[in-house]
Design a protein around this ligand. Structure first.
Ligand code: ASP
Length: 324
């Protein structure tokens, strides 16, 4: 059994991605998987590997996480992130925070502290301030311009953009539908000792209500890692669906029954049946060293790195070659 790390860069339409942005997105996925694998190859834990991989994507700017995060309805950042260790189901999660560009490091500190699992809002920001993590810079001009554009689209529709709009993300027949989300990042890994871990970080959804917390901060919905079930999973997509679906807990259960790929597929099939197309995707690794990835959106960026292998396959579209 070779240690491995599987990362994703979000599931969605990706249709707004131009050439330069798409290249940065792919490069970020490969780099995240590479640094995670390097750590695993040196005997590091799955928990450390998913944190370093997530940190790379938070710093990239090409993803909806860290400095690349989207803005809420008031034009402000509000980030969610979480981390889970399969060994003892230890977890650390932050919801609706603004105090750092690396909420995954805050999640790690919370997990290590062991007192609470989830902190949100201003209280969480005050706690993060004591960690001396890098702050989140002000949103750049192009992001603020995109925010104004989305506000104008919302005004043209004469109503708040809502779940129906999120559903239409990815519909090729609705070119007017705004891209409200995707590009959240996540990582799952298995280490040489059999340890499993999952990490996730996101800016959430464009124009979300201030105070909204998505699946990415919630154990069982946006992430799950469990030695007993022998799997770790991370999801991406419309958080309001993943929360009600307990997507990642289900992905781990199905992976135990069916194997990682069939488990990921089964979980997304249930999500699709329950909530319809364009809901999202999930990645899984299991204790046997198998990996799985599935989504019901147009695309989902993903990259896989196994210790002892040179290549790091990277894919975005369903038809891309992605040996698991
Ligand atoms: N799941 C995230 C959320 O709803 C968004 C995403 O995966 O892109 O906050």
């Amino acid at each position: 059994m070779k240690p491995l790390i599987l990362v994703h860069g979000g599931a969605g339409a990706m249709r707004s991605m131009d050439g330069e942005r798409a290249a940065a997105y792919r490069a970020g996925l490969v780099e995240a998987a590479r640094v995670g694998r390097e750590l695993l190859a040196a005997g590091g834990s799955a928990l450390d590997a998913v944190v370093v991989a997530t940190r790379v994507m938070e710093a990239s700017g090409a993803f909806n996480a860290g400095v690349g995060s989207c803005l809420d309805a008031e034009g402000r950042y509000s980030l969610d992130a979480a981390l889970m260790d399969g060994r003892e189901r230890r977890a650390g999660a932050l919801g609706a925070v603004t105090a750092t560009a690396h909420p995954i490091d805050a999640a790690r500190a919370l997990l290590d502290e062991g007192r609470h699992v989830l902190l949100v809002g201003p209280g969480a920001d005050r706690w993060i301030a004591g960690l001396e993590l890098p702050p989140l810079p002000e949103p750049p001009a192009d992001k603020l311009a995109h925010y104004e554009e989305l506000l104008a689209k919302q005004a043209a529709r004469q109503r708040a953009l809502d779940l129906a709009d999120m559903t239409s993300v990815g519909r090729p027949d609705d070119e007017e539908a705004p891209d409200l989300g995707h590009d959240t990042v996540g990582a799952v890994a298995l280490d040489a000792e059999g340890g499993l871990a999952a990490a996730v970080s996101t800016g959430g959804l464009w124009l979300k209500a201030p105070g909204r917390v998505g699946d990415s901060a919630l154990v069982g919905a946006g992430l799950f890692a469990c030695e007993t079930l022998g799997a770790a999973a991370v999801s991406t997509g419309i958080g309001e669906r993943m929360i009600r679906d307990l997507t990642c807990h289900r992905a781990c259960q199905l992976s135990q029954e069916l194997g990682a790929q069939e488990g990921a597929e089964g979980c997304v099939a249930e999500l699709d049946q329950r909530f319809g197309p364009d809901s999202g995707g999930v990645i899984v690794v299991d204790a046997q060293g198998l990996a799985g990835a599935s989504f019901n959106t147009q695309g989902m960026g993903r990259a896989l790195a196994r210790v002892g292998e040179e290549e790091i396959p990277v894919a975005v579209w369903p038809e891309d070659d992605f040996p698991l």
